[in-house]
Every structure is written in C-alpha cells, then in structure tokens.
Design a binder for this molecule. Structure first.
Ligand SMILES: NC(=O)c1ccc[n+]([C@@H]2O[C@H](COP(=O)([O-])OP(=O)(O)OC[C@H]3O[C@@H](n4cnc5c(N)ncnc54)[C@H](OP(=O)(O)O)[C@@H]3O)[C@@H](O)[C@H]2O)c1
Length: 347
C-alpha cells in the first residue's frame, strides 16, 4: 500500500485517468510504490462516476469542471492539449505543481521540459510556471541516447525515421486499429469508417503524424527537433525526422543515423550506450539479436539493437531503438519526474 498519512507525501490528481496514459500512470503508482496522502481520479464529464481502483481502493472518477484543484499538491495531466490549456492554469493557481503530458507547455520558456535521465537538474527549483512538461513520446528515448553520444563524441547530425504505434493516439487509436484490421480481413475492399487514422492504418503505414506545417514537415517531426534541442540544451542540434504511424498496438521504434564529430569505434559505442541508465543493448551475445515492440521483455527500459558503424564514413553509425510509448514515452517519464521532485523537496 502506498496510501499513507505522512503529511510530507503529496496529495495527487490524475487528470485523464480513464485514458491509455492515465491507466498506465495508475499501474506505475502501484508498482513503484509512489507514496501519496490522497489520490483523485479526474476525466471528462463523460466518465464521471465510473470507478477505477488504485492500490486496491475503488475511487469514483470526477469531472474536471467540478474538481477542486486546491485539494492536491501534484496533478498529472494527460487529457489532451485543449484540456491542459483550459485546466492547468486552474491547477497551478490553486497551488498544485503540474506534470503535463501534452504539447501545451513544452516550449514555454518558464516550463522545464524534462527527461529525468538527461536533465533532472532542472527540477532543483520549483518551476516559475508551476508546470513541468513531459516531452513527446518519440523524443524521450532518442534524447536519452543522443546525450551519451554527444558527451563522448559530439553530434554533427542525427537523421531519424520513427515507426509509431497506434496507442500513441490512446484507447481510440488502438480500438480503431483492431476494428479496422478485423473489418479488412472479413470484408476486403469495403471502406472502413476511420476516425483516428487517415488513410486506414489496417495493414498500412502512414508517413504523417499530427498536422502538416508550411515547411512540409509535420508537427510531430517539428516537436522532435525543438524538444530535443530544449532538453539537451543544444539550440543548434541538427535532428531531422520522418515520423510514420505503423499498425503496432504499443511500442514506438526508431531507425537512428548519427554522424558524430569524431571516428566511432563500434565496441566502444556499444559500451557507451549500454552504460546509459535504463538502456538495454541487444548486442552483446550476438549481433543478430534485435528488439521489436512485441518482443521486448521490459517496458521500463529503452531497447537498442542493430548498432552499425558506416564502413564508408567511420564517424557515422546506425542504431535501432524500441521504447514503450505509454511507459517510457509518457507515464514512466512523468512518474520519474514526480519521484525527482519528491526527492528534492521541490513540490
Ligand atoms: N498515448 C501515448 O503514447 C501518449 C504519449 C505521450 C503523450 N500523450 C498525450 O497524453 C494525452 C492523453 O493521451 P491518451 O493516449 O491517454 O489518450 P486517451 O486514451 O484517448 O485518453 C484521454 C483521456 O483524457 C480525458 N479527456 C479527454 N478530453 C477531456 C476533457 N475535455 N476534459 C477532461 N478530460 C478529458 C479522457 O476522459 P474520458 O474517458 O472522460 O473521455 C481520457 O481520460 C494526449 O494529450 C496525448 O497527446 C500520449
């Protein structure tokens, strides 16, 4: 049990508790033994009154527009950007610190954008805005690796292609992938009324995530550049990406090409990556091993494989990474931010 009476333990709200990220947050609060004095589960009016359990205790879901944020010290938000824009200011005005999973505050100069393994020092003080932003789900695993390469060799450029799962769009994304795949098998040729993915994601890949910008890049691709620069404190970092949705339920993959400032020795690269916190390199036994979204055995680590130095340019190399988007890419990063705040007494 992590429900405690200790007055130092925070009172917590989870806004978006019924969603894919919210459900994962609840599971992590339980499994990591996060100590809390009270917990409040919040979502839209649609699910008000439904019951969810935390540590074996049933709690009714409360509608956000009726929720008093004065009751909590810490609020996790994963209810979409519009909900964050509307309700995060109410939470911070009421005195709560917010850990926000949406794009709403990520590039705000008064809001730290934090991956605890990379820039936890930004949590030494309570942020001016009262908000700590959780980065994009593909950016989090990438910057964790980029930091190791930057420290050892320096980075000239990184070129990334992502292979992002349907659960990146939450429960509705997963439901639509399953239903449209079933329909495509049962009634081939018949059009399925997709809402989340256009065109259909069933037996398909879609090289567009989020909306197109005037540059021709998508917002998802721009997020990966801007957020990587902010987290790593490298305003001129050159990261360019193509973000692709693939018919996988959970687990984002990325093919990453990095050109370093100096010549890279493959064995040393594997050592550097393997020594990064909570990273597993699937390489030591045999170079033919590789991680995939359905075969990784630990969703709390970044999995790396296919580490190859380019024989024609030994400063450049490829790697393949797989990271669970709901844990590493969202809920676990948020919980680790909370753990760091509690350890630093900056809540
Ligand atoms: N899925 C990922 O891999 C991932 C990764 C990083 C960040 N995120 C971000 O996290 C957020 C949630 O994603 P998700 O995947 O958990 O989505 P989801 O499964 O669709 O869940 C959405 C949650 O938000 C609630 N909600 C929606 N509109 C609301 C409103 N106006 N007011 C209050 N609550 C509202 C929903 O409540 P009801 O049940 O009442 O509708 C539900 O609890 C999104 O902003 C997303 O971009 C997701």
């Amino acid at each position: 049990m992590t429900l405690v009476t200790d007055t130092k333990a925070p009172r917590i709200a989870i806004v978006g508790a019924t969603g894919a990220v919210g459900n994962t947050l609840i599971g992590l609060i339980e499994s990591r033994g996060l100590r809390y004095r009270s917990v409040h589960l919040v979502a839209s009016a649609r699910s008000a009154g439904t019951e969810l359990t935390v540590d074996g205790v049933a709690y009714p879901v409360q509608a956000v527009d009726e929720f008093d944020f004065g009751q909590v010290d810490l609020a996790f938000f994963s209810a979409g950007t519009e909900a964050s824009e509307q309700w995060v200011p109410k939470a911070t005005e009421a005195g709560a610190v917010v850990i926000d999973n949406t794009i709403a505050y990520r590039m705000d100069p008064d809001t730290p954008l934090v991956v605890p393994q990379v820039n936890a020092h930004e949590l030494d003080e309570r942020p001016k805005s009262g908000v700590i932003a959780n980065p994009n789900c593909s950016t989090i695993p990438l910057v964790r690796l980029l930091q190791g390469v930057e420290r050892r060799w320096g980075i000239r450029q990184a070129v990334v292609s992502t292979y992002q799962a349907a659960s990146g769009l939450g429960h509705p994304g997963v439901d639509e992938l399953k239903d449209s795949s079933r329909a495509a098998l049962e009634s081939p040729g018949e059009e399925y009324p997709n809402k989340e993915f256009t065109p259909s994601l069933a037996f398909n890949v879609i090289p567009k995530i989020d909306r197109f910008l005037d540059t021709g890049f998508t917002l998802e691709e721009q997020k990966m550049l801007q957020e990587s620069r902010k987290i790593l404190g490298m305003p001129h970092l050159d990261v360019t990406t193509t973000c692709v949705r693939v018919p996988v339920v959970t687990g984002h993959s990325e093919a990453v090409w990095i050109e370093a400032q100096g010549v890279v020795d493959r064995d040393e690269l594997v050592e550097v990556l393997a020594e990064l916190p909570e990273v597993t390199v699937h390489d030591r036994e045999s170079r033919r091993e590789f991680p995939t979204p359905t075969t990784i055995d630990d969703p709390y680590r970044v999995h790396v494989g296919r580490v190859r130095v380019n024989p024609n340019n030994p400063r450049a190399f490829w790697l393949w990474l797989v990271a669970d988007n709901l844990t590493i890419g969202a809920a676990l990063n948020a919980i680790q931010i909370a753990e760091e705040l509690i350890a630093r007494d900056t809540l």
